[in-house]
Design a protein around this ligand. Structure first.
Ligand code: HEC
Length: 135
């Protein structure tokens, strides 16, 4: 081979080699970002969890039965009884917002959230709606 051509050949070969490397790196970057994708879905403490279905899907009745019934079935400590229109009339007339506030924050012997500390505000409201419905 002509001595003059040899450097050119080397240059071309090196060029092909390098561009192949670049393409390979690109592909692996895509592959890596594809692989690490689920890591980006990690739940950060304090943010809204991605799977909220377990806590947000409980019905008012389920919350009531588990947390509120112990006091509100019998009227323990003066708790207004479930479905008792007389017990609830004056309380309901305060308006939904006051009822919700008292149930969520607590009110005299009524404990905050009726002790259901992992209940969302919506779940407490659902439980209230369930218990004020006339039997
Ligand atoms: C430890 C007993 C107890 C538990 C458990 C309890 N409550 Fe109560 N609740 C009370 C008592 C007592 C009152 C009456 C407080 C008063 O009027 O002084 C009350 C009152 C209320 C009121 C009326 C507030 C108002 O403004 O008149 C609502 C609404 C209520 N509770 C909702 C709930 C819900 C919802 C739960 C369950 C998630 C629950 N309670 C669990 C004892 C309880």
């Amino acid at each position: 081979m002509d001595l003059f051509l040899r450097p050119w050949l080397i240059a071309i070969c090196t060029g092909i080699g390098l561009s192949t490397t670049v393409i390979a790196a690109d592909m692996s970057t895509t592959a890596i970002s594809e692989r690490i994708k689920p890591v980006g879905n990690v739940h950060i403490e304090g943010s809204t969890p991605i799977t909220v279905t377990t806590t947000s899907s409980r019905t008012g009745q389920a919350i009531y039965d588990q947390y509120c019934a112990s006091c509100h079935n019998s009227g323990l400590m003066g708790a207004p009884k479930k479905g008792d229109a007389d017990d609830w009339a004056a309380r309901v007339s305060q308006g939904d917002a006051v009822l919700a506030k008292h149930a969520i924050e607590g009110f005299n012997a009524m404990p905050a959230k009726g002790t259901c500390m992992d209940c969302s505000d919506d779940e407490i409201v659902a439980a209230i709606n369930y218990m004020i419905k006339p039997n």
